[in-house]
Write a protein that binds this ligand. Structure first.
Ligand SMILES: C[C@](O)(C(=O)O)[C@H](CC(=O)O)C(=O)O
Ligand SMILES: [Mg+2]
Length: 292
């Protein structure tokens, strides 16, 4: 156990892993599995909150409290530093400041805020629109001013590549760093060369979002390391796999009338209990009621 703040632990993980793999966890139990599997940081995806917790598309329909609820559940269950997707910050400067304060209080280590308009889309979908560079800089300033722990990480995401091109994206990233952004998330890059350009330009850690079925090829950790990337994000990888496995079970139950054909695809009761530390709870319960 350590007394360092979540933000300090996230920075330490970025500094010591090269690059740091940040894995999406759509709920508390997923974060526990990621931690026990040996990961060093977890991610709460905005798309994940919308899709998994609310059955909504990733179109800016969820609010601060929808995301906070999932943050609290995850930070209560796992000690891993948590990077949270706060989309466009959920409003104007005061709302953004409040978002950062609430995330910090809820035990998050880091947030990323993006330069899309509030009626946002998934970063890998067409027809995105972005706010001006000046407005994005204001968003970042609101974040930086609002944090109480200087180690709490403010990551600026730019969606500009698809809208205005590489030059604008880099210019925006530099402006965000000049305003105090600690790390940069260039969204929907297409080549390793583009990552290299960002890394050379911003001089702070750069994150590569390796989300499946999107615009970015599934570059390996080694390839991204060679481009100078410091963080690799897998926002929805486990979620997509869970979804396919669950659908398969639902279909087999209908078709077969039993689960024997899919039992091998399931985590066993013992495995579940191991991750939950169930037996320790049971022992405590037995001790508590031993005199009855
Ligand atoms: C990272 C992201 O913002 C998310 O919400 O997880 C998404 C991921 C995705 O839709 O694959 C994004 O890249 O916009
Ligand atoms: Mg998102």
């Amino acid at each position: 156990m350590t007394t360092a703040s979540p933000g300090a632990r996230f920075r330490h993980a970025v500094a010591t892993q090269s690059p740091l793999q940040v894995v999406g966890a759509v709920n508390a139990y997923c974060a526990m599995m990621a931690e026990q599997a040996g990961h060093h940081a977890v991610y709460l995806s905005g798309g994940g909150v919308a899709n998994a917790s609310y059955g909504l598309p990733d179109l800016g329909m969820t609010d601060l409290h929808d995301v906070l609820e999932d943050v609290r559940r995850i930070t209560s269950a796992s000690n891993l530093p948590l990077l949270v997707d706060i989309d466009t910050g959920f409003g104007g400067a005061f709302n953004i400041a409040r978002s950062v304060q609430q995330m910090e209080k809820a035990g998050a280590a880091a947030v990323h805020i993006e330069d899309q308009v509030q009626q946002k889309r998934c970063g890998h979908r067409p027809n995105k629109a972005i706010v001006s560079q000046a407005e994005m800089v204001d968003r970042v300033k609101a974040c930086v001013d609002a944090r109480t722990d200087d180690d709490f990480v403010i990551m600026a995401r730019t969606d500009a590549l698809a809208v205005e091109g590489m030059e604008s994206a880099i210019e925006r990233a530099i402006a965000c760093v000049d305003t105090g952004a600690d790390m940069i998330f260039p969204e929907a890059m297409i080549t390793l060369e583009q990552y290299k350009e960002f890394v050379a330009a911003v001089k702070v850690p750069v994150l590569a979002n390796i989300t499946e079925f999107g615009a970015t090829p599934l570059f390996s950790k080694a390839e991204l390391a060679s481009a100078g990337i410091d963080l690799v994000l897998y926002p929805l990888s486990a979620f997509r796999a869970m979804n396919k496995a669950a659908l398969n079970v639902y279909q087999h139950l209908l078709q077969d009338g039993h689960q024997r054909n899919v039992i091998d695809t399931m985590q066993t009761r013992n495995e579940l209990y191991e991750f939950l530390n169930y037996h320790e709870y049971e022992d405590k319960l037995d001790a508590l009621f031993s005199t009855k």
